[in-house]
Unconditional design. Structure first.
Length: 479
């Protein structure tokens, strides 16, 4: 296989990746986007395997031995990925994404260490006994540092998304302490300094010290971020993993890795910007401290008991059946209860009765970007019934009923109140509907740690209980 053919195949794979990103930008084209991504990755993997054979033959090395390790790794990694993807529940998808980001970061670190130890094996050309070229050392430093931050940060994000672990760092609430930002600044400067020292001297001590600090920084960057900002964190780590791969791609002189990493890095950065815009917050505001820090403490300490108007599933079904227009607002509670199929059935029953049903999606609802879109797509909810926030907000004022299923912060009118920690955050304006039905397990605050005035309005009916059970009861009552 000639290098010209390798370059051509990598170019074809890159075009497939670009088409994959384009397809994944909308639910109606997501299947096609996934197909392009799989085709592109297959081409890239097979081309890389052929390139390994060519380089092994050129160097006079055993082709079977080198390729055997690669194939074994592909079988193990691909098999594990296939099993995890098949078994993962929709509520665990954000955790799976965080886990994958951590693996990409760790892979970048291992490759960088191996390239520093055996530069010839990675085609890093230099004279024996002399230093690795400065450009390669810079690439290795950047790729390894970003990879280390991505790995440890993703591990913390995984724990926060899971919420199962007793260790405080892995809990959803922010972990903050005095001098935290100054410590992060000092560690960041030290990491850069050690990286530059490695670039100038190729000193192994400086390289490993830089790696150690980068691992610590990944932890310290993520622990002060609250659960409400997890969608931004997931997209941010996605971006980091791409840049780590791109940096290592330069070191390995692999065009495919550079292009794929750059696509992931840039798309993740753009998505992070979109998520921050959806919350009316700057990227640095998220990184320097998330929702749920001081606000959570205040809410927990000063909250008083207030009366709410509650009802049963039958009461809610009666209201829904007599409406002309209903807007459904899904949230993370819906995902936890796995109630998406029951919700689709409820919508179908209401539609049969002549009720117009629409779904309202907030960009940061759930635990990762697009979480609610994926949830509804799994239940095969018609795409023409699903509307983004900017498209549906103008219709709440004319809606007879807004039914909120497991959402909290994204419908909190406190976003319109000056002085509120979420002031200015765009929300789904469900409070404008003529009647509001809210399903929650309890009156607990959302991840932002704030009480929700919507729950106490005269027009609001609270229906407490597991979302799946409540919605299934509504379906029976509508019939």
């Amino acid at each position: 296989m000639s290098m010209n053919l390798v370059t051509l195949l990598y170019l074809v794979a890159s075009v497939c990746f670009i088409q994959a990103l384009k397809g994944l930008s909308h639910p109606t084209t997501s299947i096609r986007g996934n197909l392009f991504g799989m085709i592109g990755m297959t081409i890239a993997v097979l081309t890389t395997a052929a390139l390994i054979v060519k380089l092994s033959e050129t160097a006079g090395l055993s082709t079977v031995g080198g390729l055997g390790y690669v194939l074994a790794a592909l079988v193990v990694g691909g098999g594990a990925g296939a099993v995890m993807a098949q078994r993962v529940e929709m509520t665990k998808m954000p955790e799976l994404v965080a886990f994958m980001h951590s693996m990409i970061g760790l892979a970048a670190v291992f490759i960088a260490v191996a390239a520093v130890a055996e530069p010839y094996a990675f085609q890093i050309v230099h004279t024996k006994g002399e230093l690795i070229p400065t450009g390669n050392r810079l690439e290795l430093f950047l790729g390894a540092a970003i990879g280390a931050i991505t790995f440890s940060g993703s591990v913390i994000a995984f724990g926060k998304l899971s919420g199962k672990y007793k260790f405080r760092l892995f809990q959803g609430a922010p972990v903050q302490f005095a001098g935290q930002h100054m410590l992060n600044l000092v560690l960041g400067l030290a990491t850069v300094g050690l990286g530059l020292a490695f670039m100038v001297t190729e000193n192994w001590t400086a390289f490993f010290a830089m790696l150690a600090l980068a691992f610590v920084m990944g932890v310290l960057i993520i622990i002060p971020i609250g659960g409400a900002d997890m969608p931004v964190v997931v997209s941010m780590l996605n971006s980091y993993s791409g840049w780590a791969a791109a940096g290592i791609g330069f070191s390995l002189n692999n065009a495919m890795l550079i292009i794929a990493g750059s696509l992931v890095g840039s798309s993740g950065a753009i998505l992070s910007y979109i998520m921050c815009k959806a919350m009316n917050r700057s990227f640095f505001n998220v990184i320097l401290g998330g929702f749920g820090g001081e606000a959570t403490t205040a809410a927990a300490g000063g909250q008083v008991q207030r009366n709410v108007k509650s009802g049963s599933a039958d009461d809610a079904a009666f209201v829904l059946s007599n409406a002309e227009t209903v807007v459904i607002v899904p949230g993370y509670g819906l995902a936890v209860a796995r109630a998406q199929h029951a919700v689709k059935e409820l919508a179908a029953k209401l539609t049969e009765k002549g009720v117009t049903v629409k779904y309202a999606i907030h960009p940061v609802a759930g635990r990762m970007p697009g979480h609610m879109n994926v949830l509804l797509a799994e239940a095969e909810v018609p795409y023409d019934q699903v509307f983004e926030m900017e498209d549906i907000n103008g219709e709440f004022g004319q809606a007879d009923v807004a039914i909120i299923l497991g959402a909290n912060d994204v419908v909190n009118p406190a976003a319109h109140v000056k002085g509120s920690p979420i002031y200015g955050m765009p929300i789904l304006e469900a409070y404008k509907a003529k009647t509001v039905i809210v399903n929650k397990r309890s009156m607990a605050a959302g991840y932002a740690g704030l009480d929700n005035e919507l729950f106490y309005m005269d027009k609001t009916m609270m229906v407490f209980g597991d979302a799946k059970k409540v919605v299934e009861d509504m379906v029976k009552a509508v019939e």
